[in-house]
Design a protein around this ligand. Structure first.
Ligand SMILES: Nc1ncnc2c1ncn2[C@@H]1O[C@H](COP(=O)(O)OP(=O)(O)OP(=O)(O)O)[C@@H](O)[C@H]1O
Ligand SMILES: [Mg+2]
Length: 1043
């Protein structure tokens, strides 16, 4: 980040405006423009008193305030403390847009505002997870309550929300109108003056959403219930109820619309105030009650109590002859009995009698008029006071952080808002003002402790050169009020408790006696001549840090005792109104111990409050009122000067100017900003002190901008820190990007590695497969080679497993070779020499013969007879019948004539063409037809004249025999399954190769004695041989596909 320095002449001396600028941040540029517009408006005087040239001058201080006030610029800083001047008019600076403008923006960048303080505390709470508190101080009417409400609204608008959180936000906001109705009243100083102290914790979850809250209330000014000074009113709720309550409701409560009817409302003579709209406020309160989970019954019970106080005020007494008080207003008793749900007669008796228990015995004595009135008022105060505390409890229950509703939302942090009654001075000041002013004294003490004193002490302990600033430490006044034995409260308590006739006067005397030398204490008796005039004899004066206040001791003892007669307490304990019943506990009646006095209770609760505030990181809003007339645009310089003085603003400024805006332990500082310097990021191994030194050097801090203490670094100007914060913001972005990138890289790499492993797995599997395939191929090759070699070695052996492959291969390759270079003719002598394994057919005698026969068969039948092609692949074999299949008688008959070929045939006889099974034998000289053991016919080859076959696919054939031979029976019609083989062999044996006739249509043959037979051949679907009607033998030969 770089600084943009603009010098802006304003007429009241040049003012340097420092704007934070991040290079290259376009949207920021827009923001800056917007804010420049905002700050331009704010260039009146200085926004921060620290920038005031003449910072020691009170006049300059007030002048700056005045200038800004005139321009409606009501907020100004002293460092991180906000000074606010009540404008007494609505300003347009609390809009939603304005809230957004302050959200998440550095303090320093925008004009001073409540929202900046609120946002700053909120951010510290979120970032450091440290409880925060915002202390709002100032006198009555200075705007504390308004500020508190505006801060709450800011959180309600800007904090993250959800359905549940919306409910919590609503309740937090709506608790205000309810508590204000019951606890605020119009005073002379303020039309809506808080008459009780309020400390509210808002609980935030880890996401920064408000999830609950808790309220602590402090000392309600109960006396207001029964008495108001002139020009003041009772608590708002009474007027709101009478003005806004529906007819029906008022009738039930026995009330009339007119406040003038009620004694408790007319003491101040100003029931109606122009600035207050009770009717409207009633509606707001009524709605708020339902939001903070009051049901209709509870509202009715609560309003019954409010009404009962008014009725109590109207209870009147008259003295009887003995001077004892008697109730004269029966009607009121009737209403009271109903509203408080008690026995009417019991209440009446309790109001005019006093019950004392002495030595275990009950003593009842009547009251005189004055005592009865006192008892009545005491009851009204007790009822109202206790109901107010009950109300706070009830609100707390509805605000309580419900873990069940927000499951898993671990630890919460709280932000406290303190809005307590401001310092006040009236014409007549009593016990209440004493308490209120004491409280403000304590808060001032805390402010001093936390800012001035602790600041100076810290510089000292850190060994930082420092010029002490003189300031007024009001501890002396606190001690005067609260010190044990010697303090005013102690003396008051003592007077209240001591037996005998203690009165307010004896108390004053005791005071004079004990603290007479105290510089901040004065009475008529102790004062010098001059001041004595301004002091009554029943008064004492305290010189508060904020100014002198004269208190009248009248009523001090009573108010401190806060006594309620026993019988009234008992009556209330028996009430059936659930709220009253909870407010008055029976144990109170039996408890022997005296209850703590009001002042002591207050003192203790304040000391607890201080503890609470000390444990948190404080922010301050110092409220001031510009005039006493509650008027807009009126700047009463005297009044302002007074406030500037007693609020210690000048001292505050001096300390601020001399001091440092920011300090942090080295460890914490280093931890937060280490990412801004390469040497300290990500870890610094050395001492944190050295790490911070390296870091700030890297950040370019100038010598005058910071100091290194013993354990902490001190940064003088907020702007230095803001620049560092901004740099961190930018760095965070880049770190986040880096982290994202790293993660993405990691994620991608993981994915990549996974893919890589998968690829490797697939590759190795594939390589394995390929390897196995190759190995298998190699193995096959080796085996083939081995077989080949083995085959080669055994090539001359007879066929056996060792040479099978080799021989086949040789044959195959020879034949394949032959196929490619086939000789043109079967008789071509130029054929290649076959390998020895193929020679078996060609070179052996039977093989050669068979081949020769095949060649002859081809010459005879090729292209002439249909079934010739079928015969080609079948080898012609030597004989179809072995000698053992031929009858021995036939063999004997043939004697030495060797049978060359034998085949079973079917003979068709000459007459009826009956089919007879016969054997055909070929010998050296003749064809012999044999029937079992008989030679049926012998045809010498010389007598065989020819052979006839059809051209079709049948197996029939005719052997033509020489007719002159009488022995011959004529031609023979035969059928052989191996017709081509049989005929080829016969023709070759008989040397009748050229005499084979292949006929188409029919064959004629002789049947003996010159008779002729005819065989007709036709082709058909299947073989059929039968005698036809014309006496011919008809042969149907099946058609072959090949034809
Ligand atoms: N910021 C503001 N803008 C407009 N009006 C304001 C502002 N602050 C205060 N006021 C006016 O001043 C009046 C008094 O303010 P407020 O009730 O907050 O005072 P206080 O400090 O709480 O006083 P007390 O100590 O009596 O309770 C308000 O009712 C309102 O009219
Ligand atoms: Mg207030």
């Amino acid at each position: 980040p770089a600084f943009l320095v603009c010098k802006t002449p304003t007429g009241e001396g040049d003012r340097v405006l420092l704007l934070l600028h991040e290079p290259g941040a376009g949207s920021n540029g827009v923001r800056l423009t917007m804010e420049s517009a905002l700050t331009a408006r704010d260039r009146v005087g200085v926004q921060d008193f620290v920038l005031l040239e003449n910072f020691t001058s009170e006049a300059a201080f007030i002048e700056n305030l005045r200038k800004r006030f005139k321009e409606n610029l009501i907020y100004t800083y002293i460092g991180s403390v906000l000074v606010s001047v009540n404008p007494y008019k609505e300003l347009e600076i609390y809009s939603k847009q304005n809230m957004e403008r302050y959200r998440g923006v550095s303090f320093y960048e925008v004009s001073p505002h409540l929202y900046a303080i609120a946002d700053n505390s909120y951010r510290s709470l979120r970032m450091e997870r440290k409880d925060q508190c915002i202390l709002i101080s100032g006198e009555s009417g200075a705007g504390k309550t308004e500020a508190t409400k505006k801060i709450l609204q800011y959180y309600a608008v800007t904090c993250p929300a959800s359905q549940q959180v919306e409910t919590v936000k609503d309740r937090l906001l709506q608790s205000n109108p309810v508590l204000e109705a019951f606890g605020n009243a119009k005073t002379l100083r303020n039309d809506n003056s808080s008459r009780f102290g309020k400390y509210m914790d808002v609980q935030f979850d880890y996401r920064g959403a408000p999830v609950g809250g808790h309220i602590l209330n402090y000392l309600l000014e109960k006396s207001r219930v029964v008495h108001q000074n002139h020009g003041e009113r009772n608590f708002h709720i009474f007027y709101q109820l009478l003005e806004g309550g529906e007819e029906d409701l008022l009738r039930r409560l026995g009330l009339e619309k007119n406040p003038q009817q009620y004694h408790y409302l007319v003491k101040g003579h100003c029931a109606r105030v122009s600035s207050i709209n009770d009717k409207n406020d009633w509606k707001i309160v009524r709605r708020a009650l339902s939001i903070i989970s009051f049901n209709d019954n509870e509202v009715e019970d609560l309003l019954s109590i409010v009404a009962s106080v008014l009725h109590l005020g109207n209870v009147q007494f008259a003295a009887d002859e003995q001077g004892n008080a008697q109730v004269t207003t029966e009607n009121q008793i009737k209403y009271l009995a109903r509203l408080l749900a008690v026995e009417g007669s019991v209440l009446r008796d309790a109001l005019i009698h006093k019950k004392i228990i002495a030595k275990g015995e009950e003593l009842i004595s009547p009251l005189n008029l004055e005592q009865a009135a006192y008892a009545r008022d005491a009851l009204a105060k007790a009822i109202y006071g206790r109901t107010f505390s009950w109300l706070v409890n009830k609100v707390n229950k509805s605000l309580a952080y419900k873990e069940g509703e927000f499951p898993g939302w671990r630890s919460t942090t709280v932000l406290g808002l303190l809005d307590i009654y401001g310092f006040e001075v009236f014409q007549h000041n009593s016990f209440e003002q004493f308490c209120i002013n004491y409280c403000n004294e304590k808060l001032q003490q805390l402010f001093i402790e936390l800012t001035l004193k602790s600041e100076q002490e810290e510089y000292e302990s850190e060994g930082i050169a420092w010029e002490p600033v003189q300031y007024f430490n009001n501890k002396i006044i606190c001690d005067l009020v609260e010190e044990k034995f010697k303090g005013i409260i102690s003396i008051l308590d003592e007077e209240c408790l001591r037996p005998g006739d203690a009165t307010d006067t004896t108390f004053l005397e005791k005071l004079e006696e004990t603290v007479k030398n105290h510089p901040h204490f004065l009475t008529h008796k102790l004062a010098d001549q001059k001041t004595r005039k301004s002091l009554g004899r029943e008064e004492f004066r305290l010189l508060h840090y904020a100014g002198e206040v004269t208190y009248s001791v009248a009523g001090f003892l009573d108010k401190n005792n806060d006594l309620l007669f026993r019988n009234l307490k008992e009556t209330m304990c028996n009430s059936e109104n659930p709220i009253i019943n909870q407010c008055f506990d029976r144990t109170e009646l039996t408890d022997k111990k005296r209850p703590e006095t009001a002042a002591t209770q207050f003192k203790n609760s304040l000391s607890k409050l201080m503890e609470i505030l000390m444990s948190k990181e404080p922010s301050y809003i110092r409220c001031m009122k510009p005039n006493d007339a509650k008027q807009a645009d009126r700047f009463d310089e005297v009044l302002i000067r007074h406030q500037v003085k007693y609020l210690g603003l000048m001292e505050n400024l001096r300390v601020r100017r001399a001091g440092f805006a920011y300090r942090r332990k080295y460890e914490v500082f280093l931890q937060r900003y280490k990412s801004l310097c390469p040497e300290t990021w990500p870890t610094w191994d050395g001492r944190p002190h050295d790490g911070v030194a390296v870091l700030v050097k890297h950040l370019g801090y100038k010598q005058e901008e910071y100091k290194m203490g013993r354990t902490k670094i001190f940064i003088r100007f907020p702007k230095t820190l803001f620049a560092t914060e901004d740099a961190l913001e930018v760095r965070k972005q880049s770190l986040a990007t880096k982290m994202q990138a790293t993660w993405r890289g990691f994620y991608r790499r993981k994915k990549f590695l996974h893919m890589k492993h998968s690829a490797i797995a697939i590759q190795s599997w594939w390589r394995g497969t390929l390897g196995r395939r190759k190995a298998a191929k190699k193995k096959w090759a080796v085996e083939t080679i081995r077989r080949f070699i083995k085959g080669f070695i055994y090539r001359n052996h007879p066929r056996c497993p060792e040479n099978e492959y080799f021989l086949d291969y040789i044959r195959f390759s020879f034949l394949m070779n032959l196929k490619r270079n086939l000789p043109k003719n079967v008789l071509d002598k130029s054929w290649p020499t076959p390998p020895p394994s193929l020679c078996e057919v060609g070179s052996t005698a039977p093989g050669q013969m068979a081949l020769e026969q095949k060649v002859i068969a081809s010459e005879i039948f090729k292209g002439k007879k249909d079934n010739y092609p079928q015969s080609v692949p079948r080898l012609f074999i030597n004989t179809r019948l072995g000698n053992e299949e031929i009858n021995t008688k036939v063999l004997q008959a043939l004697e030495n004539e060797a049978i060359k070929y034998a085949v079973p045939v079917i003979k068709y006889d000459r007459k009826g063409y009956k089919a007879r099974a016969r054997q055909l034998l070929l010998t050296q000289n003749a064809v012999i037809i044999v029937e079992d053991s008989k030679i049926k016919q012998r045809i010498d080859y010389a007598n065989l004249t020819g052979i006839s076959v059809s051209s079709l696919s049948d197996n029939l054939f005719v052997l033509h025999v020489h007719c002159e031979d009488n022995k011959q029976k004529g031609d023979v019609v035969l059928q052989s399954d191996h017709v081509i083989e049989t005929l080829t062999k016969t023709a070759m044996r008989a040397d009748k190769v050229n005499n084979v006739n292949i006929n188409q249509g029919s064959i004629k043959f002789t049947v003996g004695q010159g008779k002729e037979g005819i065989i007709d051949f036709i082709s058909g679907s299947e073989l059929l041989i039968a005698k036809a009607k014309n006496g011919h033998l008809t042969v149907v030969a099946p058609r072959l596909n090949s034809r």
